[in-house]
Design a protein around this ligand. Structure first.
Ligand code: BG6
Length: 458
């Protein structure tokens, strides 16, 4: 049996915009998602938007019972900025009552809440002013963060500022999957810089406010693997490392923006506008812990075009189609559990062995009803195997001395996912979309997870 360290966190992650429902109710103002579906419903799988999420706003108490049922001792979700501060300044008391009760119920059930502040859900009032492109976003976000610490600090001991900041940057400003869906490398870097500073000033507010507990950030970092040892492929790997790993990990953990990144953006005329005092703040406010979301590795090779200045990331590094890769046939992503060992070693050796946890790992499956048995239970043995393989590699990393304190899956109850709607299912509980109240039914993996957490291993 592979045993994990004492007090290991077992649980799942989700987010407010993907689960709460009541998208424009109970005082919540619109986010980019609420507006985008109105403007371009054809972009959304089956036209499903934030209103179609699984109604946790009403069902959280029942869901907490389900968390207990499968042995979760921790749970990450987020606060909706647009719900808590609909105009950015005024506190919505209904939201305060909702989140306070939600977090209290989690605590009562012995489930540690890990509360995140931003999961791709930019309030529309701020987007209209330019969103993360404007420096105003840094102050607006830090104000929101401080408000949340003050309102819920007695109930929450583990805070994170952002989930996967690279995703809203790349998907909004380079790849077209999030609003405003434009391709503008210079804006992407500026947006990234403001996101980083919003994080840093929120950590500052947390530390200066002397709140209890710890603060971190959730990053989608994976070790990168180059096609070859050639100089060109290694240069591509180096650029990828700088942009997709070190851009946030280095400042958040080590307190510095890497020199190589500063040179790279300069070479490509992408240098962002900064303010006096930023560098000092980055140095002074490192995080207490890191969450790492891991789904699939990143394989890179030298780009076919090498435009200078680069118009997008593929002028710096190109995705490499590794012929030996094993593919999740139900989602199309590569399955490579070994990366979790590599990431464990990277955290130990390159990042001062900072405490970290796997904040998301999971297997998405399209048309999952095909695996339903006669009793109505999804027989998701593929997901159990996926988790076992990843946990085996994680365990190896912990045995090698990496300071990992938990493993969270994506996700607990099947949830709505941006433009993909409910296409890819990830939950331990299936959601029935034909049922008015989003009926949840446990999958086989839920039973497996219960055993895992009860045994603290498998
Ligand atoms: C994670 C995000 O990276 O991937 C989630 O944090 C998202 O918000 C999840 O839902 C699954 O993505 P997809 O594309 O398979 O629906």
């Amino acid at each position: 049996m592979l045993k994990f360290p004492a007090n290991f966190l077992w649980g799942s992650a989700a987010s407010a915009p993907q689960t709460e429902g009541h998208a424009l109710l109970n005082g919540k103002s619109a986010t980019t998602w609420d507006k985008w579906i109105e403007l371009n419903p054809e972009k959304f799988n089956e036209g499903q938007g934030p209103k179609d999420t699984s109604n946790v706003y009403e069902l959280y108490k029942e869901d907490i019972e389900r968390m207990k049922e499968i042995g979760m001792n921790s749970y990450r979700t987020s606060i909706s900025w647009a719900r808590l501060l609909p105009d950015g300044k005024t506190v919505n008391e209904e939201a305060v009552a909702f989140y306070r009760d939600y977090f209290e119920e989690l605590n009562k059930a012995g489930i540690k809440p890990i509360i995140n502040l931003f999961h791709f859900d930019m309030p529309w009032w701020l987007m209209e002013k330019g969103g993360w492109e404007t420096r105003e976003s840094v102050d607006a976000f830090s104000f929101y963060a401080k408000t949340a610490f003050e309102l819920f600090g007695d109930l929450v001991e583990e805070w994170t500022t952002f989930n996967e900041p690279l995703v809203h940057i790349e998907c909004g400003y380079l790849y077209g999957f999030h609003y405003p869906a434009i391709v503008d490398f210079k804006k992407a870097i500026q947006v990234g810089y403001h996101t980083l500073m919003a994080h840093i000033f929120s950590v500052k507010a947390f530390k200066e406010g002397d709140f209890k507990g710890r603060i971190g950030i959730i990053l989608n970092v994976t070790p990168t693997y180059a096609k070859s040892e050639s100089k060109e492929d290694q240069e591509a790997k180096n650029a990828a490392d700088l942009l997709v790993i070190k851009s946030f990990l280095d400042p958040c953990v080590l307190g510095v923006v890497p020199e190589g990144l500063i040179e790279l953006v300069k070479e490509h005329d992408l240098t962002p506008v900064t303010e006096t005092g930023d560098k000092e703040a980055i140095k002074n406010y490192p995080v207490d812990f890191i969450g790492i979301n891991y789904y699939q590795p990143m394989r890179v090779e030298a780009p076919a075009t090498k435009r200078v200045p680069a118009l997008t990331t593929t002028d710096l590094f190109a995705p490499y189609d590794w012929p030996e890769k094993r593919i999740n046939p139900y989602r199309g992503w590569e399955i490579y559990p070994e990366a979790l060992y590599d990431v464990s070693i990277m955290m130990k050796e390159d990042y001062n062995n900072i405490p970290w946890y796997v904040s998301e790992n999971g297997m998405g499956v399209a048309d999952e009803e095909r695996f339903m048995d006669d009793s109505g239970m999804i027989q998701d043995d593929y997901r159990i195997e996926f988790m076992e393989e990843h946990l085996t590699q994680l365990h190896k990393g912990i045995e090698a001395g990496s300071n990992c304190f938990g493993y969270h899956t994506w996700t607990f109850v099947d949830c709505w996912s941006w433009l993909n709607g409910y296409r890819n299912r990830y939950g331990f509980y299936r959601v029935d979309l034909d049922d008015d109240n989003f009926k949840r039914t446990m999958k086989k993996s839920g039973l497996w997870y219960k055993e895992l957490s009860e045994n603290n291993g498998f």
